[in-house]
Structures are given as structure tokens and as C-alpha cells.
Design a protein around this ligand. Structure first.
Ligand code: 5GP
Length: 194
């Protein structure tokens, strides 16, 4: 189920840039509207109601604020995967490699083995879903830990890019609070019908 308040805010303050980038940095990932984030956190909590979640997992940087407020409603800790350029990190970390949609480079993402355990039931949260690389990388960390992936919640899915289909085909329970069907700099954003 999409979230009306969020869709209205995207229409009002979102900026469509060339290269299929939607800028929402006046309320979501540079300046942050905490009241909106509270509503987003509540909505994720409603959409995953009845699912046991022991940890919320996200990726730095822009996922962290969203994950933290969401975690208040689930009353569980947040773990964020760190991005690093070092490929051969020895020791006590789980790692996966993630190609960045916005920067076009590849990062190794890591999480300490201390913070993901086989008994964990993990909900992944992120700001955007484009090609699905971030969520697939995070789900690999969960798998490596032997933990259970409860599902993934994203604030904005760009439905015209392949990530959503990929993630759903993998059997991951994906909930997107706004799904952009199409967008362009001249006409702005159009959302998928519910
Ligand atoms: P994916 O891994 O699904 O290809 O891309 C998701 C990641 O790329 C998100 O974590 C987000 O930071 C970034 N991203 C993808 N598309 C957009 C976009 O249109 N706008 C912004 N601001 N970030 C995006």
C-alpha cells in the first residue's frame, strides 16, 4: 500500500533530474523532515505488522535516519552496513559488494559479525529502490549471517527500473511506500495506481 502523505510531498518538493534521479533532499536525505519520517516509520510498522523483527538493517548514509525512526516503532536496534573501498577486509565482518546507482562505483559493504546473528529476524529499510543492488547486497549479508530476512521496506521505488521485479522474484516481501511509474524533468512524477 502506498502512502498518500508521502506521494503528495514528492509531488510538491521532489525534483526530477536527468539520469533518472529523483531528488528529495529537501525532506528525505539531506534536510530531513522528522514529522514525515515518523509517519513513514509508523507506516512500515503497520505494513509489517505481525511479523517478528529483531533488527533493522540499512546501508549508509541516507538509509540511516529512516531506519532509526522506523526502529522506534519496532523497538529494535538498527544496524547499518558500512561502505568501504578496501576489498580484502580480514576478520570479523560479513561483506558483500554493491554497485552504487547514484555514484556508479562499487563498494564493499560490511557488517560486524557481532551485530547479525543466526537467530535474528531482519527487516531491511532503504530510501530508494532502483536496480535493487543495495537491497540484494544487504540480503546477502543476512544470508551470510544465517539470519532470517523478514522483508524489505523502501520509501520510494522507481517502478520503471528493474529492482522491484528482481526483489519480488527473489521471494522477498517488499513494501514500497511510493512507487513512481514514470518521471521526467518537464512533467514531474507519476505514481503507479494502487
Ligand atoms: P539500487 O541499489 O536499487 O540500484 O539503488 C538504490 C540506492 O541508490 C539507494 O540506496 C539510493 O541511495 C540510491 N538511489 C537510487 N535512485 C535514486 C534516486 O532517484 N534518487 C536518490 N536520491 N537516490 C537514489
Amino acid at each position: 500500500m502506498q502512502m498518500q502523505l508521502l506521494k503528495e510531498r514528492i509531488q510538491k518538493d521532489g525534483l526530477v533530474e536527468d539520469g533518472d534521479i529523483l531528488k528529495v533532499d529537501s525532506f528525505l536525505n539531506h534536510q530531513i523532515d522528522i514529522s514525515l519520517l515518523e509517519e513513514i516509520g509508523k507506516e512500515f510498522n503497520r505494513q509489517f505488522e505481525g511479523k517478528e523483527v529483531t533488527k533493522i538493517l540499512t546501508i549508509e548514509a541516507s538509509g540511516i535516519a529512516i531506519a532509526c525512526i522506523t526502529a522506534r516503532y519496532f523497538k529494535v536496534p538498527v544496524v547499518f552496513a558500512k561502505k568501504t573501498k578496501t576489498l580484502n577486509i580480514a576478520g570479523e565482518v560479513y561483506k558483500a559488494s554493491v554497485e552504487s546507482f547514484t555514484h556508479k562505483n562499487t563498494n564493499t559493504i560490511i557488517v560486524s559479525k557481532k551485530f547479525l546473528k543466526p537467530e535474528d529476524k531482519v527487516l531491511i529499510i532503504d530510501d530508494f529502490l532502483a536496480n535493487g543492488k543495495a537491497i540484494i547486497g544487504l540480503s546477502k549479508l543476512v544470508e551470510e549471517a544465517g539470519a532470517t530476512l523478514v522483508g524489505a521496506g523502501v520509501v520510494i521505488e522507481k517502478g520503471f527500473q528493474p529492482g522491484g521485479t528482481r526483489i519480488r522474484e527473489m521471494g522477498i516481501d517488499l513494501h514500497s511506500l511510493a512507487i513512481v511509474e514514470s518521471m521526467d524533468p518537464a512533467n514531474g512524477v507519476r505514481f503507479r495506481e494502487d
